[in-house]
Design a protein around this ligand. Structure first.
Ligand code: ATR
Length: 281
């Protein structure tokens, strides 16, 4: 039941109609019996600022932010967490009572949470990690891995200048590398994380010599449509432990839910099964 006290939060994106976030949050709200709701907003391309300014003062509790607004969300905010600053992007805006907007980035928690759930023996401290891509998603992943204690992060990208830019802003533990030199990184890495948009909906799949990796090397894809990307299928065929993008989506939603509704999501709701039903009706 929606009441006069219903706590409102949501997700802002463009397009946003296929976002799984409303499915996750509303399922948790229902099981927890919280008087809250989570809805999707799709402002026009330049409309994030207008929307966010309208919510100042706490007209609604907060929003998650997705493509293409994550960088703009950080710029609009008055305060930002260190991780959002390092990532150069925010996926969470909270509309504080004092009129200020606070930005955070829970994608890093999502990345590390997914690894903890699906590759529980992997330890970020144990060796170098490889991130594929140098766009916004990759920058966030690199920032989170460094913050969690990765000793070294190789950033492989087609356009090396973008990997160089990440290294320049995030420091000397970041090593840019062209795909042509991937072999040396693959032989030493403890995890390979795809943060490129290649393989989205199955097109333009990445081809990497994953057979060069150690059998215990974890292979992760941030893409969740399809759930098993060609990249993850290649890893699975080689017997490598894999981590999927849906788990990352669910894990980033947990701290967002806490920030909106002031409670941890109930652990007995199988939101993964629900999300899979929506993905594969
Ligand atoms: P996002 O914000 O989701 O990270 P983005 O900033 O557009 O999106 O970045 C997309 C990333 O995917 C880039 O690293 C891009 O490589 P380039 O910087 O060289 O363009 C990478 N990418 C996209 N399609 C790719 C493909 N077919 N093969 C390899 N990399 C690809």
């Amino acid at each position: 039941m929606i009441t006069g006290k219903t706590l409102v939060a949501g997700v802002v994106g463009r397009p946003v109609a296929h976002s799984l976030s409303p499915v996750l949050h509303n399922a948790w709200l229902a099981t927890a019996g919280i008087d809250g709701v989570y809805v999707a907003f799709a402002p026009d391309a330049m409309g994030l600022e207008r929307l966010a300014n309208g919510f100042r003062g706490g007209a609604i509790r907060g929003v998650n932010v997705t493509i293409p607004f994550k960088e703009a969300a950080l710029k609009i905010a008055d305060r930002a967490s260190p991780l959002a600053k390092a990532a150069g992007a925010a996926n969470l805006l909270i509309f504080d009572r004092d009129g200020k907007i606070t930005a955070d980035n829970t994608d890093g928690a999502g990345l590390l949470g997914a690894l903890a759930v699906q590759a529980p023996t992997w330890d970020v401290h144990n060796g170098p990690v490889t991130v594929l891509g140098a766009g916004g998603a990759a920058r966030g992943a690199v920032a989170a891995l460094l913050a969690a204690g990765a000793p070294k992060v190789w950033v492989l990208n087609r356009t090396l200048a973008k990997a160089d830019a990440i290294a320049k802003s995030l420091g000397s533990r970041v090593l840019p590398l062209p795909y042509a030199h991937a072999a040396s990184a693959l032989q030493q890495t403890t995890a390979v994380i795809n943060a490129t948009s290649a393989g989205l909906s199955g097109d333009g799949a990445l081809t990497l010599p994953l057979e060069l990796t150690h059998p215990s090397t974890v292979v992760m894809d941030m893409v969740y449509k399809p759930l098993e990307t060609p990249f993850l299928a290649q890893a699975r065929a080689l017997g490598r432990p894999t981590v999927d993008g849906l788990e990352m989506l669910i894990r980033q939603a947990i701290p967002s839910f806490e920030a909106f509704y002031g409670a941890r999501p109930p652990s007995d709701t199988d939101v993964r099964a629900l999300a899979l039903k929506v993905l594969n009706p």
